[in-house]
Unconditional design. Structure first.
Length: 184
């Protein structure tokens, strides 16, 4: 897609996406055989459910139909979200990834896999998980130190509530054990 077409599509579609309460993250046009596919990636601080995606897709389709932004040839419009392992490139992406596990590639070399605890204008505070029974450590990363960042998928993550539930069950069991000892 040429830069001018990309800029033109962004100028045309971004206000419509914003009117739906979403951010326009990416636009790509790919050729698939004789067809073209216009892919539009949207997101928001609260996420984008299927209803919101359908609404914005209808609005974009109507706008594209009334303009010649895609030219005369046929094309397919695909609207979606960034996906689970999204790259973090904007400040808002880091904010949205708070409490998520992220793999950082640093300018100085090396990689860090850590959970984002907080984000401000200069960088972020992260928690590096402990290894081999060691405690997790916190670290500060400046945005200027980060070459690339990508959210990691976690299948077996214990949420704070899960950990609290386990502790509550243990506390109840401890109380029950103490009562049994007292009665014996």
């Amino acid at each position: 897609m040429s830069t001018t077409q990309s800029e033109r599509l962004r100028e045309l579609l971004e206000p419509l996406v914003a009117s739906q309460g979403l951010d326009l993250e990416e636009i790509t046009v790919d050729s698939v055989g004789r067809r073209r596919v216009l892919s539009v990636v949207v997101d928001s601080d609260t996420g984008a459910d299927l209803d919101r995606i359908a609404d914005v897709s209808r609005a974009l389709s109507a706008k594209l139909d009334e303009t010649d932004a895609m030219g005369e040839g046929e094309y397919t419009l695909e609207v979606g979200t960034p996906g689970a392992e999204r790259a973090l490139t904007e400040h808002r992406h880091y904010v949205r990834a708070t409490d998520r596990l992220v793999k950082f590639r640093l300018h100085e070399g090396g990689e860090v896999v850590a959970r984002i605890l907080g984000v401000d204008d200069d960088g972020l505070d992260v928690e590096v998980p402990g290894v081999k029974g060691r405690r997790a450590t916190t670290r500060r990363l400046a945005f200027g130190d980060i070459d690339q960042a990508r959210v990691q998928v976690e299948f077996n993550r214990k949420d704070k509530q899960d950990v609290q539930d386990v502790q509550d069950v243990q506390d109840v069991q401890d109380e029950k054990d103490m009562k049994e000892e007292e009665e014996a």
